[in-house]
Design a protein around this ligand. Sequence first.
Ligand SMILES: Cc1cc2nc3c(=O)[nH]c(=O)nc-3n(C[C@H](O)[C@H](O)[C@H](O)COP(=O)(O)OP(=O)(O)OC[C@H]3O[C@@H](n4cnc5c(N)ncnc54)[C@H](O)[C@@H]3O)c2cc1C
Length: 319
Amino acid sequence: MAKVLVVADIKQGVLKGSTAELLSKAGSIGAQTAVVAIGSGVNALLSDLINAGSDTQYIADDPNLAMFSAGPYAACVVDAARQSNADLIWFGFSESGKALAPRVAAQLDCACATEITDITLAGGQIEITRPAIANKVRQRIKVNSAQLVAVVRAGAFEAREDITGSENVVTLSPPAPDLKAVIKELLSDAGGDIDLADADIVVSVGRGAKDQAGVTLVKALADDLNAGFGASRALVDGGFMAHNKQVGQTGKIVAPTLYIAVGISGAIQHLAGMNGSKAILAINKDPEAPIFNVADYGIVGDLFEVVPVLREEIKKVRA
Ligand SMILES: Cc1cc2nc3c(=O)[nH]c(=O)nc-3n(C[C@H](O)[C@H](O)[C@H](O)COP(=O)(O)OP(=O)(O)OC[C@H]3O[C@@H](n4cnc5c(N)ncnc54)[C@H](O)[C@@H]3O)c2cc1C
């Protein structure tokens, strides 16, 4: 039986939903499931880790692990991978996952794949699917090593409601501190905006909004919906939105329940960041805009007229 080790995605002491998604997938391919949780105070997450579907929990809980640091975190994952004899080591789609995966693969001397969207195990042969060339093609790759470290693309797998695990805790010894790089402070977006990666709804604005007044108009829709607020590169390059709000190939990859693209044409580089969304609503005055090829719902119209009407209707529904 294959063994999967999922690296828990923990942000500010909270276990993120991607951990349950990865453990659900591991369960659905008939694998034994283990999770490794790293940080300070992560012992408190034990019941969440079990409920997410893990049968063994490797826990590295140490004050020195309070802040993410690639060296010590990778050492914990490698320790858990060796102790659990894992065939597959999976990270969720996060900056820390992307930083750790190659380090862990190098230390385990095994294959590493990023942005995987599916995985199969037939007769012991690992096969993965991943997008390439800005989502123009999908690659199916046979992995010629017995072990694989993989970063799973956001929203690739669904968490199963019926899944649960069992308690079997293994305490990991804290790794040696990383003297090459010591992170002293983390500065986060002071705006207090909803993180695009975590948002259930994302509203993104494009060049169709023209200027800052247009951006503000669309932002109000995002606020009404308690949604994350993103942008196409055109608006970031134009200086209207910060780079950490850019969705796409060279920005963030999001997979919310609902993605609303306002005044965005749907260039392939933008689609690469959002076409994994469960439902897409596009608002564009050009009925031929490519965004409508991927949209589940489309409104052809001037965003300066459509957005206020939409806000009114949302208010009515909510009331
Ligand atoms: C290497 C590389 C990487 C890139 N990475 C990214 C990336 O990560 N993310 C990204 O977004 N782009 C990226 N791009 C840029 C991408 O190719 C497009 O240029 C960009 O996405 C276009 O942004 P847009 O859709 O906002 O603008 P446009 O393509 O100019 O589209 C504006 C749209 O708004 C509509 N519109 C205009 N006025 C209105 C109105 N009043 N009401 C309603 N609709 C209106 C128009 O019909 C049009 O469809 C990248 C490009 C390259 C070469």
